[in-house]
Design a protein around this ligand. Structure first.
Ligand SMILES: Nc1ncnc2c1ncn2[C@@H]1O[C@H](COP(=O)(O)OP(=O)(O)OP(=O)(O)O)[C@@H](O)[C@H]1O
Length: 361
């Protein structure tokens, strides 16, 4: 980020009884950013979002918007708006009325309200449906109403709690693109909470991965995928072959497999995991020297195929991805070559238990 951050979260700690939901989390979010808070259930992402919205008061730390202490402002004065998972629409009001409601409570004039409502109705593509009630809309359309209601107030920062979770898979995919388009069009900063890594990857400019109340890594989707900071991030973001072992000179010594060459900056002799993305696992002619395996299954996914390969000495099969259809079939003998491989610290409690596993997201 080049300009001063719009939002600064500095050393925020949140506690419920004896549960520490956030341990000194710090992060900056820029103007016009589409930012995602991502992590498994219970990692603290909702607590962080609710703290930014003013629904929770952190035990310590600061939250600033444009350099001003947000925690000192009453929630209704904060330049922040939140869109809830449930959408919280008024069932007895039309689409327009639902959208206008927030502006009416601000005491704006009727003409101004009508103009602004018409504008957002148009932006979210609800023009034909403005007179309908929520019960007469599809899930995706209701989601647009909730979004329109949140953006009509022109907050600096829009907080969205699992915005697409109520939608079925197909609608969700198209709404992901829609949300990104809208964010760009209205020029707001979006902070989205999600536990769905694909959703975060497809929408966000940057993603904060949270784990057990701590910020595990903050980076662009591309960076998280290419250079995960830990085994946890590598397994949570995308698919990965995770080969647990010990760092050695030039790679990771994996029991049952030998040394897998990997780029890393870890001291020798530390528990580590070699991470190989499925598209970096090359399947070659079985006659070539090196690692050999047997195809267990191939999965045709349209534009690509995933092939699972059993390798002697490894507990779980390895996954390889190729473009289009694969000519390989169950039982074929193949050579296996690791392409781009990185080594990450084996920080995961479960990692020590399983010598090797392939994670499919
Ligand atoms: N009101 C509460 N009282 C007690 N504990 C709470 C409360 N709200 C959250 N917690 C605890 O704080 C931790 C973080 O919860 P939080 O809701 O922020 O996680 P999350 O990542 O949003 O999870 P999910 O995806 O399941 O919503 C969890 O251990 C949770 O059980």
């Amino acid at each position: 980020m080049t300009s001063a951050p719009l939002l600064r979260v500095d050393g925020v700690r949140a506690v419920y009884g004896d549960t520490v939901a956030l341990h000194d989390v710090s992060l900056d979010i820029g103007d016009n950013e589409f930012f995602a808070l991502l992590g498994p259930s219970g990692c603290g992402k909702t607590t962080l979002l609710r703290s930014i919205a003013g629904f929770e008061t952190p035990a310590s730390g600061r939250i600033e918007v444009d350099g001003e202490d947000l925690l000192r402002m009453p929630a209704h004065k904060r330049p922040v708006n939140m869109m809830f998972q449930s959408y919280a629409l008024f069932p007895h009001m039309s689409v327009e009325k639902n959208i206008a409601y927030g502006l009416e409570s601000e005491g704006l004039g009727r003409a101004e309200i009508a103009r602004r409502v018409a504008e957002v109705v148009d932006v979210v593509g609800l023009g034909q449906l403005a007179k309908r009630r929520p019960a007469q809309l599809s899930g995706g359309q209701r989601q647009r109403v909730a979004l329109a209601r949140a953006i009509v107030k022109r907050p600096r920062l829009l907080l969205l709690d699992e915005p697409l979770s109520a939608l079925d898979r197909q609608v969700r995919a198209s709404m992901q693109l829609e949300l990104k388009r809208l964010q760009h069009e209205v020029g707001l900063t979006f902070v989205v909470v999600t536990h769905d890594q694909e959703e975060a990857m497809s929408m966000a400019d940057r993603i904060a991965v949270l784990r057990d109340g701590r910020l595990e890594q903050l980076a662009t989707p591309q960076e998280l995928y290419a250079n995960p900071a830990s085994r946890f991030v590598a397994s949570f973001i995308g698919s990965a072959n995770l080969l647990d072992g010990t760092t050695t000179v030039g790679g990771v010594d994996v029991p049952g497999l030998g040394v897998v060459e990997a780029a890393h900056a870890l001291p020798v002799g530390e528990p580590a995991t070699a991470v190989v993305r499925p598209e970096d696992l090359e399947l070659t002619d079985a006659a070539t020297t090196g690692l050999r395996g047997t195809v267990i299954d191939t999965y045709f996914l349209g534009g690509a195929s995933t092939i699972s390969v059993e390798v002697p000495g490894l507990e779980a099969p390895l996954l390889a991805t190729v473009h289009g259809a694969s000519r390989l079939a169950r039982g074929d003998a193949v050579g296996v070559r690791f392409g781009r491989t990185s080594a990450v610290a084996r920080d995961d409690a479960g990692a020590a238990a399983s010598a090797q596993e392939a994670v499919s997201a």
